[in-house]
Design a protein around this ligand. Structure first.
Ligand code: ZN
Length: 248
């Protein structure tokens, strides 16, 4: 039997861990000159980088429609168990294929460590799925700073090592057009912020997953045709580009 003296600190630790892992979302979307790629948990305006985006009135109004909020997985927890620095060179677009969860539900799952990924010996993987943003028809939530690697695309491949991952929700009753529009605005802003060209905005399909069948995933499935990028993907890129051009 365990001593009550031992049980009390363990219980306290569990309570503290639960509280730390349930920090509420912080609004950050429409602030002028806001820099959220290097923010720390719970500190929405902690740091400015050397390449801030000039938030003109036009940019601020374009970003206000994104309703971007920070809801980070705490540092040291689950998908952020290990700090893996990243310089983002690509943006990878996904869809959740989960028909019952909105952005907040996905965020909660990430904060609880509920989304496990198989670990591989010798790899750079940490055993939890993690991506940077989840977008639905009402909000865009950020889960991890954009200078940290995610685990959403291609195991130990370049998709995970060099891309910002954005998941689009498709839960029943949601407005998919609104979700795609919000995603396009967010992608355009990330392009501006990190100097990422449009050709480096790619569907998950772009990254082959070594050992998986098929290696190139049909994702985001509603923007692909017969499992490949075609007319619908090009139209989506054109929408991103139109917001990008407006964000000067
Ligand atoms: Zn995907």
């Amino acid at each position: 039997m365990k001593s009550p003296l031992l049980i009390f600190p363990l219980t306290l630790l569990a309570v503290v861990a639960a509280v730390v892992c349930c920090t509420p979302a912080v609004p950050i979307g429409s602030e002028r000159g806001v820099e959220w790629g290097t923010q720390r948990s719970g500190s929405p305006s902690a740091q400015q980088t050397s390449r801030p985006v000039a938030a003109s009135g036009n940019l601020a109004s374009l970003m206000a429609r994104v309703n971007l909020r920070q809801d980070l997985v705490p540092k040291g927890c689950h998908g952020r168990k290990v700090f893996r620095p990243m310089t983002p060179r690509y943006i990878t677009i996904h869809s959740t294929q989960n028909y019952s969860a909105d952005a907040y539900k996905h965020s909660l799952a990430l904060k609880r460590g509920a989304l496990r990924a198989p670990k591989r010996k010798g790899g750079n993987r940490i055993g939890y799925l993690i991506w940077h943003f989840t977008v639905d028809d009402k909000v865009a939530l950020q889960h991890v700073p954009t200078n940290e690697q995610g685990e959403h695309a291609d195991f130990d491949g370049p998709g995970n090592r060099s891309s910002i991952g954005i998941e689009m929700c498709e839960h029943r009753g949601s407005n998919l057009a609104a979700t795609m529009d919000r995603t396009a605005r967010l992608a355009a802003y990330l392009m501006r912020k990190h100097g990422i060209p449009l050709r480096n905005v790619v569907p998950h399909y772009h990254w082959p997953r070594r050992g998986a069948s098929p290696p190139n995933k049909n994702c985001p499935h509603f923007l692909l045709e017969n499992g490949r990028p075609g007319r619908k993907w090009r139209a989506f890129l054109a929408k991103i580009d139109s917001y990008y051009q407006q964000m000067r």
